[in-house]
Design a binder for this molecule. Sequence first.
Ligand SMILES: Cc1cc2nc3c(=O)[nH]c(=O)nc-3n(C[C@H](O)[C@H](O)[C@H](O)COP(=O)(O)O)c2cc1C
Length: 196
Amino acid sequence: MNIGNLLLLIRNHRSCRAYLPGKKISDEIIRSCLEAARLAPSACNRQPWRFVIVRNPEMIRRITDGGLLPGIGMKWLADASAIAVLCAKTDAKVHWLAPILSGVQYHLVDLGIAGEHFCLAAEAQGLGTCWIGWFKGKTVAKMLGIPRGIQPVALIAAGYPLESREPTPRRELAEIAFAERWGGKIAEAPSSSDSQ
Ligand SMILES: Cc1cc2nc3c(=O)[nH]c(=O)nc-3n(C[C@H](O)[C@H](O)[C@H](O)COP(=O)(O)O)c2cc1C
């Protein structure tokens, strides 16, 4: 894959909140998305992610009706073909002791990387996805028999997009990235005439 294709995949990957109801995602596609997640890097290679893949429409409905926090209308979740429940299995040394010294919650970083690998693999196969952080972790854990000590951190909705998605805005590069030290200007992209 060249960088152009990779950037195109990333650029087209926008949150999908409208799915073709009733369309199933094959085992093969789910496995490939999980494989992409499984290969993610993690702090001390602890691989703290665990995924529960829900494809039963009844359970998707139950999560939509009872597992989301109020305030954002997310009824569209009921039409998703799958919900990946992204959970953390934490380790005392790396995930609790080390953050006391560094201030960084490594397991959340790790889960973010693995979850996004999952999303990009899904997107590459024609699916749309949407991260959901505004959900009731304990309620969803209970619905799915997730044991104590395993923390649901996010849901990822997946399904076949019903409509094309408009790009959402992003901050300019100059606002988010610096060269050498805070405030240093990142080189501008060469204009097409410069590169000839
Ligand atoms: C950790 C995380 C939690 C999110 N939680 C929700 C959510 O609860 N509900 C929702 O509709 N979108 C949620 N989103 C999607 C964001 O709103 C979306 O990525 C952002 O607005 C940028 O839009 P885009 O993905 O379409 O480019 C979440 C995204 C992330 C990364």
